[in-house]
Design a protein around this ligand. Sequence first.
Ligand code: MN
Length: 437
Amino acid sequence: MLMINETHDVNLTSWVTSANSKSDFPIQNLPFAIVKRKGQKEAFRGGVAIGDQVIDLAAVAKLKLFSGVPQEALEAASQSTLNDLMDLGDEANSALRLALSKALRADSPLQTALAPTLISQGDIEFGMPCQIGDYTDFYTSIYHATAVGKLFRPDNPLLPNYKWIPIGYHGRSSTIGISGQQFHRPVGQTKAPDALEPSFGPCKRLDYELEMGLFVGKSTQMGEIIKIENAEQHLFGVCIFNDWSARDIQAWEYQPLGPFLAKSFASTISPWIVTMEALAPYRSEFTRPETDPQTMSHLTSEHNSRYGGLDIDLSCFIQTKTMRENQQTMAQLSQSNFKYSYWTPAQLITHHASNGCAMRSGDLLGSGTQSGPTDEEAGSLLELSKGGKTPVDLPNGEKRTFLEDGDSIIMRASCSKQGAARIGFGEVEATILPAIV
Ligand code: MN
């Protein structure tokens, strides 16, 4: 189990001085992305954020300053995707984290050698962090499941399986993009409740979903199960995830086999992946109300009960076309926290592999919309507008029930706790273009 160690020490500072004050990326974070210099004809490769800089892992690997497992991990991280690095597993990644932490500390003798491997974050372009073979989306917020259930099925909001198994569906990985994504409003088949027949045209109820994305680390073979005690060895890290949803398409198509074209037109991930190890100080208890079914034994462990949750603050903002044109700042729509999740990341991966399903490094597990217990903590416009009945007022006088063309949605995430360094995830941003008709 990856627990708190010297890399989390709140007193550590870096010779990259921008990391030492008000940054999402202090030396205690060290998240991974795939990067290259903007506008340059060069290969994408792994990078780690430190302050307002990125350390180019391919350049570091070439210097051969390290040996053994950290050097092997650096070479895996020099490729154009992080899949091989992810597949090395938690111990190798932990060794690389320790080596990078030591090398970036204020008193490191490697400063002179490593300084030329830094690239300013303003000068980089991100690539997809890995090849996402499969994408599964879960439904782990009981507040979201209940609120949405009420809108779709007023008399039967939460189905009886919800408290027993993590509910999920298989999504499409082919349309997942990196922050900065722009996509056209989807077109599809919908049926208004009072219409006699469905019609085909641009989506009228376009929505976002505030989620976390979990990346699978070490792969498993078909037939191999993952015990909950070992589950986190198969989780590489976490990003912010916007799972765009077409609510009118969803309402018409989702029964009996679940979401399909309502979800597969676009999803956007943040470029930085915060490792499970970096999140160690922000673990939270996993408990269930005593009146709820307790988790089955294969989804229960002492470690999961004590540390299974993740205390990650989430916030969501909108910038409309009008705001952009008038240089108005984006408006906050809601804030929530990943600790409200009814299932833990370890339970999701154990459940996913419990039938022998092979998990591959780079596979993405969406957490499902992370709504909290209060109305203000809703993770989608569907909930904030009560199914489109109550428009959300924006500070510049605009209103939204669902998203309009030109709207950008921005999501941020961070962890803070007494006695630990504050770490952030950066942000994920994407913009809706008009439908192609
Ligand atoms: Mn979703």
